[in-house]
Ligand binder design. Structure first.
Ligand SMILES: [Fe+2]
Ligand SMILES: [Fe+2]
Length: 170
């Protein structure tokens, strides 16, 4: 039930997604030109979500005084859903992909095998994003991002744990 409320809140926020001048300045401060171009290729909802994940990360770092590389982690947050660049489905297709993947994984398997593009991209966006970043030479970021939806492990790097936490909150 908690999950449904959380998703409903996320959905409501996403519907009002807007990128401000301040957000643009933030992007320019933390991403180089090539990374910014990549970021802008995401849909507006995913851009908005990624910025919020980065802002949550900033808060978590301050609160916990975590011994992590702040700039690296912000870059990871801003680019973590880059694998969704080709996820150009309607909002309802996206909602469907999230619900089926979460509640009916067997159906998601079937639909993916039958070539349902939204389901395929949604389910594999972490790995797809990792591959994209690897091609750009962002190997460390690729490693973290490729695993942001993988089941947590005890030996996960601290950066990955923080990214998952911030992603969950947004
Ligand atoms: Fe993701
Ligand atoms: Fe995300």
């Amino acid at each position: 039930m908690n999950w449904i409320f959380k998703r409903a809140r996320q959905f409501y926020r996403a519907m009002k997604a807007d990128i401000s001048i301040e957000d643009e300045k933030y992007l320019m401060a933390h991403l180089n030109a090539e990374e910014q171009k990549l970021f802008m290729q995401m849909g507006l909802i995913d851009q908005f979500h990624s910025l919020n994940v980065a802002y949550t990360i900033e808060r978590l770092i301050i609160q916990g005084k975590q011994g992590v590389d702040r700039e690296f982690l912000i870059r990871c947050a801003l680019l973590h859903d880059i694998g969704k660049i080709n996820f150009r489905a309607t909002v309802w297709d996206k909602v469907f992909a999230v619900l089926v993947t979460t509640f009916f994984p067997w159906l998601a398997d079937r639909l993916e095998l039958r070539g349902n593009r939204s389901i395929y991209i949604y389910r594999n966006h972490a790995e797809l994003g990792g591959q994209k970043l690897q091609k750009m030479g962002l190997f460390q970021e690729a490693k973290i991002i490729a695993r942001h939806h993988s089941p947590p492990r005890d030996d996960d790097p601290r950066e990955l744990k923080l990214l998952r936490l911030a992603d969950e909150e947004n």
